[in-house]
Design a protein around this ligand. Structure first.
Ligand SMILES: [Zn+2]
Length: 442
């Protein structure tokens, strides 16, 4: 039976936190108007705790898909804009389903019967923006569509490929992320932790991109999973609202900066140092002992059963994925050459059929050979040669293991820890700061 500890984060708790906190303002990420790109180029500012936040909530740009044909549905009226010059091109009534393509030097929007609704000449790199009218939303996809808040940008790549990017306020984005990254029925304190970690990660990506490129992150596990309206849930919305604008920061006093607040599903007993996996040396992302996920994670995930993968399959998948390994011809031997302080595999040596050797980091190795049918759940294992197969034994955990352990976070919340205590455990030395105006529901 699940033990419930419905702990509400009160304004007073946040206020106490803020006494010691500094303000990490994401200067210039203005969601009003379309000069976001220009404003994003400004340098982030860190101000003293008693200063008012600089600037409003920020917008985020999320890549949803890349395809030659894009299905768009907007039940209410909508407008189409050319982003360069912020020029309105069309004012259209609601449509059940339309298809956007690029052919013969023009954007083409057609209805189900193939009737042209809109066309406009364009060149490489051209960007259209579709803005739903008031109280309307837009659905986008290739086969099936999913509904999103905010605006949708369609960016022409090459001759006909279209990248579809959702542009929306970061808090609305988080409503579609937190429930996709964590079970929405979990403890409210755990959902609050996830909201803060996801917000921090997203803001860090915005900082990193500084408006460069067409998107800040992807909607998949490569960044963090975002499902738009489908991922929304009342409990998740509550957690996002309660932690509004709160992010994690670290660094010398007065010069704190937000950092990529990584998280993973099940650490297996000890989180990993970000230096090992992501080559990032940050105090809050050093490994931490986690006695919690063992109690909440499914047994066959905390310690997973032996996995056997055929040597031929492992060789083929590695060579397919990484062109730099092609000169190995076929991989005939694999050896663990480096392990992290906490026991995860860090580097492996691959031997080719003609004796050539290459080293590969454990995570790229794992991601190349894992599959839904035969998942290699983590890089915490012992590798054994089993004639025609590689045996992955004594496996522990699920995911890269860096930062907050989500099942550990849930277990801490079940045992009564509040959001601040949990975050302090998984991100030691980090402080909570306010990134933009408004914080907490209380
Ligand atoms: Zn754990």
């Amino acid at each position: 039976m699940e033990i419930q500890f419905p702990v509400i984060i009160h304004g007073t708790i946040w206020s106490r936190l803020l006494l010691a906190a500094v303000l990490a303002a994401v200067a210039g990420c203005d969601r009003q108007g379309l000069d976001v790109e220009q404003q994003r180029k400004q340098t982030p500012v860190v101000s003293p705790a008693n200063a008012e936040p600089l600037g409003p909530e920020v917008d985020i740009r999320v890549l949803l898909l890349q395809a030659d044909r894009v299905k768009l549905t907007c039940p209410g009226s909508y407008t189409i804009w050319k982003v360069a010059g912020d020029k309105k091109l069309a004012d259209l009534p609601g449509q059940s389903e339309t298809t956007l393509t690029f052919a013969h030097g023009s954007w083409q929007l057609t209805d189900r019967q193939g009737t042209a609704l809109f066309s406009a000449p364009a060149g490489a790199g051209d960007i259209l923006e579709i803005r739903p009218g008031p109280n309307s939303l837009i659905a986008v996809g290739t086969e099936k569509t999913m509904t999103y808040r905010g605006r949708v940008r369609c960016i022409l790549q090459g001759d006909s490929r279209i990248a579809v990017v959702n542009v929306l306020p970061i808090e609305s984005y988080l409503d579609g992320v937190v429930g996709a990254e964590m079970w929405s029925h979990w403890q409210m304190e755990a959902l609050c932790c996830q909201s803060i970690a996801s917000r921090t990660y997203a803001l860090y990506q915005i900082h990193r991109r500084q408006g460069r490129g067409h998107w800040d992150l992807r909607s998949t596990q490569n960044s963090q999973v975002y499902r738009g309206l489908t991922g929304e849930n009342q409990r998740v919305a509550q957690a996002v609202r309660q932690t509004r604008s709160m992010v994690l920061a670290c660094g010398p006093a007065g010069k704190e900066k937000i950092f990529p607040a990584y998280f993973s599903a099940i650490c297996g007993g000890h989180t990993e140092d970000a230096q090992v996996v992501f080559k990032q040396d940050l105090e809050p992302l050093k490994g931490r002992k986690c006695p919690y996920c063992e109690k909440s994670a499914p047994d066959d995930y905390y310690r997973w059963p032996e996995l056997e993968l055929s040597k031929e399959l492992v060789s083929r998948k590695l060579l397919e994925r990484y062109s730099s390994l092609k000169d190995l011809k076929a991989i005939v031997d694999i050896e663990v050459v480096q392990k992290s302080e906490y026991g995860r595999v860090e580097k492996l040596s691959l031997t080719g059929s003609q004796g050539l050797k290459r080293t590969i980091a454990a995570e790229p190795f794992r991601l190349a050979i894992t599959s839904a049918e035969k998942p290699l759940r983590s890089s915490w294992y012992r590798l054994k040669d089993g004639r025609s197969v590689w045996k992955f034994q004594n496996g522990r955990g699920f995911g890269h293991g860096v930062g907050m352990c989500q099942y550990g976070c849930e277990q801490m919340a079940r045992q009564g820890s509040n959001c601040r205590t949990i975050l302090q455990h998984y991100y030691p030395q980090a402080i909570l700061v306010r990134a933009y105006s408004g914080y907490g529901a209380n």
